[in-house]
Design a protein. Sequence first.
Length: 374
Amino acid sequence: MSHSPARPGGDTRPDESMPDDPVVGSVHRRGARRQWTALGAVAAVVIAMVVVVVTVVLPRTEPGGPVSEPSPSRSIIARKSAAAAFPGGLATQPSAENQPGRQAAAARDRGDTAAAAEIDQIAAQPIATWLTSRSTAASVRTVHAVVENAAAQGRTPTFVLYNVPDRDCGSYSKGGVSTAEYVPWVRRVAAAMRGSHAVVLVEPDAIAQISNCKRLETGRLPLLRKAVDALSGHGLTVYLDGGNENRVPIATMAERLREAGVDRTQGFFTNVSNFYGVDPERAYADALADRIGGDPHFLIDVSRNGQGWRGTWCNPEGAGLGQTPRVTGGTTRLDALLWVKTPGLSDGTCNGGPAAGQWWESYALDLVANRKRA
């Protein structure tokens, strides 16, 4: 509908097309009012639709740019509640997989009951089971044992996949399978977990380490995305590596997580095998989740952060066990505080430690002595 502008000089006389007959003019004016009323209603609907689009569809922003790039191909799964992610709560490990439990038994066998009692404080807690063997058959056997044990408890088993090619970029925890072997290995262990409702943490350090290992820049994220695909459809709850508060800038980590397929997982985990406190890690994780968009949930490793950051990630002095592992009440995006790293296992040959992954009894006893009592 056109609208005639005011005439030059401010003339506001009725438009010359307006009929002179009063009745016709009245009808014309009523029709015009109805048209304007209808136009106003249409405009109100359009404005409301724009508000909905901006509020619901477009991502939240923060200083430094958009949280995420909207894409018609981006499909975000519905996240589970904490209780649904960990039905029945956290399962403890079977004795064959519980390294601290075996070490406590060994201490008793040699007559050191005091050390055994201290180590028991670690062994009694739910600890994640790490899958690191290059043998698919051995990995599947471990999965079956842990799943059966958790089922007997009516609780949820937690696994850590730690077998990515070029693991730890050749450092203390180097290893992993070949690129050709990796996805088939993931498929086999995922099939062994089918129906168990297991929680799976995919490759700690695998995403964060890209920042200081250039050769991982091209192949690592696509490979992890394939791992996410292989884990899908088995009834599992999957989390990806989110680093920690002092590792990778939030914008960079968010982009990497999206590329690795975080939209098709429950979210990410932070602080694995590290020592940062819960409050700053939670603030970091919430900021990272905001930046990713789509409301990803997260986990925090609290196995050894009872005394907070100690100046190094590798066997720091003065570290202590963290809070008791537990599933949260589910009122936030934090699903659980877990013991992911097994307390008492060395980070590597640093600060007097044995090889990475080896039991270090004196360090384990120090962790118990320095335990956070809360």
